[in-house]
Structure formats: C-alpha cells, structure tokens
Design a protein around this ligand. Structure first.
Ligand code: ADP
Ligand code: MG
Length: 208
C-alpha cells in the first residue's frame, strides 16, 4: 500500500460523498430503531469537514484526518458524531508525522480509533453498533497485512467483512444507544451506524 497525503485527501472527500449520497437511507434506518437523524447528523459533520479540507493546501495526513474529526466532534449532536469524531481523532494521533501510510499503519490507526470508540461509548462488539462493522474490518485487515496482501485485495475482503457485520446487526438486539430502548423490538433491523461504517470502508475501497 503506502498512500500519500493527496490520496488520503481523495479518500476523505469520497467519504463525504458517500455519506451525502446515502443521507436519506441512513436516516431511514435510524427512523426504524432510533430518532430519524443518523444520515442528517453524519452529513452535517462531513460537509463541514469537506469545506475545511478543500481549503487545506499541502496539508499532512494527520492534520487532514484531524480536520474531519473536529467537524464531527463539534458540529454533530447525538452519539454518532462524537463517537466517529473520536475514531478519526485517534486515527489522526496514530498517523502523526507520517507522509504516507501503509496497511500496517492503517491497522494501527483503526485499532486506536476503535479503542477510543469503545472507551467513549462504553461499548463493544455484539451490541448492535458501528463496532460490529469496525472490529471485523480491523481483524480482516490485520490478517491481510500478516499475509502480505496488497491494499486493494485487503480492502476488498475488509468490505466483505463490513457487509457481514451490517447483516449481523440485523439479527441481534441493541444494548447500546437509542435502539437499546426498544429491547427485542430492535431485532430485525440494520443498525444505522454499522451501515455508515460500512459506507466509509467502501469509500476507501473505491479510491484504491
Ligand atoms: P443518536 O442515536 O444520538 O441519534 P445517531 O443516530 O447519529 O445518534 O447515531 C446512532 C448510531 O450510533 C447507532 O446506530 C450506533 O451504531 C452508534 N452508537 C450509539 N451508541 C453507541 C455506543 N455506545 N457505542 C458505539 N456506537 C454507538
Ligand atoms: Mg439518531
């Protein structure tokens, strides 16, 4: 792998685009088991980040990721904004001083990001949240890195793991977030945050 700042910027802008394109869908998923705002929330934070990103010239990788984090942390209400903000902020911290990132670097960034989400959300895999996508994605990428796979095929597998994670959320009961108020009635619905995480992985895959 080893991608530089320009590619990272393209990936981040693709994330903005994918979230915008799926804003209505993500909100519909949230209407079923939450409060009908996930796509609106995500789009708001990412659009704010987009404006800042487009104004950045020759910025470093870590700084651009931090810009996305700040957009999500400071402009999105609800729980997903601060949680995704934490994910990006930790990933930014883990990429400090890097002029390019390879698959192992990315794994470290995602691992630290996930740890941040777990801590802030007091949550883990199996609770019907974004973690049911992010954790299997990390495991898949780590295995690919171990096996010396190239980035494209690593992210192809990771995207499959993400889709499986999304499907898994449909089968389980939410024990974190608003959907947990529904108890067993949350079963049978896809978690909106799991879907947005899957979309972010697809944005990376599409740009590789
Ligand atoms: P809110 O629930 O405050 O309206 P959003 O609708 O934007 O916020 O986001 C909901 C998503 O946030 C959920 O689908 C879930 O994936 C994620 N989420 C909620 N609480 C947690 C948590 N404690 N840990 C991890 N993810 C969470
Ligand atoms: Mg919501």
């Amino acid at each position: 792998m080893a991608i530089g700042a320009e590619e990272v910027k393209r990936i981040l802008l693709q994330m903005v685009k994918v979230i915008e394109e799926n804003k209505v869908y993500l909100t519909e998923l949230d209407a079923a088991i939450g409060d009908n705002d996930h796509g609106i929330n995500m789009n708001k934070g990412f659009k704010f980040a987009e404006e800042k990103l487009l104004a950045m010239e020759n910025a470093g990788i870590s700084d651009m990721i931090k810009t996305v984090a700040m957009g999500l942390l400071s402009h999105v209400g609800g729980s997903a904004g601060p949680l995704y903000g934490t994910l990006f902020l930790k990933a930014s911290g883990a990429s400090k001083e890097k002029n390019e990132i390879n698959l192992l670097d990315f794994c470290k960034m995602l691992r630290e990001g996930i740890d941040g989400v777990k801590m802030r959300g007091k949550s883990d895999r199996g609770e019907k949240t974004m973690l049911d996508v992010l954790i299997p994605v990390l495991q898949s990428l780590e295995q690919s890195a171990d096996e010396g796979e190239n980035a494209k095929s690593a992210f192809e597998k990771a995207l499959n793991a993400a889709k499986e994670g999304v499907a898994f959320t449909k089968t389980i009961k939410a024990t974190k977030g608003r959907a947990s108020y529904l108890g067993d009635r949350s079963i049978g619905h896809i978690d909106p945050g799991a879907m947005s995480s899957c979309l972010l992985v697809s944005a990376i895959y599409e740009m590789l």
